[in-house]
Design a protein around this ligand. Sequence first.
Ligand SMILES: CC/C=C\C/C=C\C/C=C\CC/C=C/CC(=O)SCCNC(=O)CCNC(=O)[C@H](O)C(C)(C)COP(=O)(O)OP(=O)(O)OC[C@H]1O[C@@H](n2cnc3c(N)ncnc32)[C@H](O)[C@@H]1OP(=O)(O)O
Length: 243
Amino acid sequence: MKMRNPPVNSLSLEFLTELLISLEKLENDKTFRGIIITSDCPGIFSAGLDLLEMYGRDPAHCAEYWKAVQELWLRVYLSNLVVIGAINGISPAGGCLLSLSCDYRVLANNPKYAIGLNETLLGIIAPFWFKDVLVNTIGHRAAERALQLGFLFPPSDALQVGIVDQVVPEDQVQSTARSVMAQWLAIPDHARQLTKNLVRKPTADRLLQQRDADIQNFVRFISRDSIQKSLHVYLEKLKQKKG
Ligand SMILES: CC/C=C\C/C=C\C/C=C\CC/C=C/CC(=O)SCCNC(=O)CCNC(=O)[C@H](O)C(C)(C)COP(=O)(O)OP(=O)(O)OC[C@H]1O[C@@H](n2cnc3c(N)ncnc32)[C@H](O)[C@@H]1OP(=O)(O)O
């Protein structure tokens, strides 16, 4: 599955909806047993959640958007398919969450391809379920530091901390992901799926038990004047970077 939402594969409401529909189709087609998620945008896996869906929007829109973000995460995280991330570009925040929700992550060895939950750098916070997935992946102490400081790990550090499983030369990302897929598909589906569910369900359940409250918290938080100001400053910085 090649994500294509130029210029930066930001996860807009429209793009999230497209991804959800594609995933649902693949899940329902019993000829598919696994997917490799990668990017069609050179150098960018995904710029994460679309800031323009959260900036200057009314509460109803923010609620609709957050529901779609939750939905995509639950679908990828709990997918019955083997999900491999072939991460061929930078993947901050929501892009990192998408990567973390795969069963295995292969990252291209390019110092620009940093990965992490950098929300604090934007003046926002990673929701509890983003945090839970990071803690599950790299452990409590490493997650505590990474989240507070908004670390974006370059490939060597990413491998060392365990936020990705493998770092390979850029031209080998897709072939490595296919080899890994073959290894995972050698396991009987029912045994692998039940085991995945056993490991992941408690984390997903924490959100499933309070989805509406999570949406309300998000809307309250993102609508604050101070948070809208932080987003404005960050978006301006992105513009100025262009010169
Ligand atoms: C008490 C609390 C209770 C409850 C709390 C509840 C919830 C928590 C609240 C909120 C959580 C919200 C979670 C958010 C997670 C996210 O994913 S936030 C997004 C994080 N993403 C980033 O920081 C990446 C930003 N982008 C970049 O760094 C660069 O663009 C990138 C390195 C990806 C690519 O660089 P480059 O190739 O140079 O491209 P440009 O920078 O020039 O960008 C091209 C155009 O794209 C626009 N853009 C970039 N990223 C985004 C984005 N994420 N969303 C929307 N638009 C984006 C950029 O502005 C350029 O636009 P332009 O051409 O100028 O119009």
